[in-house]
Design a protein. Structure first.
Length: 102
């Protein structure tokens, strides 16, 4: 898991329409980039390590984005069974498949 500073992001409105639904929701219940606290997180895949250089895949940042921290992901600890996704539970699988391909 990588934690980074969204240094090029500008704060946006506190209510946004997320890409999965055309209804406004509070910014903290979405993954919209214009957040009041410009901190992002990506679940990445470690491809290889050369000394202190990590080769990763699936990071969701722009080139030059400052990295704040790297944390290990443990499916036994981090994958919580029986949780709800709030308003996202209402979004059907077809919409997720189509809009999720952004």
């Amino acid at each position: 898991m990588s934690v980074y500073h969204l240094n090029r992001s500008q704060p946006g409105p506190l209510l946004v329409k997320p890409f999965l639904q055309d209804i406004e929701h509070g910014i903290f219940s979405t993954r919209a980039p214009g957040r009041p606290n410009p901190i992002g997180m990506s679940l990445v895949r470690l491809l290889s390590r050369e000394g202190n250089l990590l080769h990763i895949a699936n990071i969701d940042t722009l080139d030059g984005t400052p990295l704040l921290d790297i944390k290990p992901y443990s499916r036994r600890i981090d994958c919580v069974i029986g949780t709800r996704d709030g308003w996202q539970d209402e979004v059907d699988d077809t919409t997720v498949a189509i809009r999720g391909r952004r």
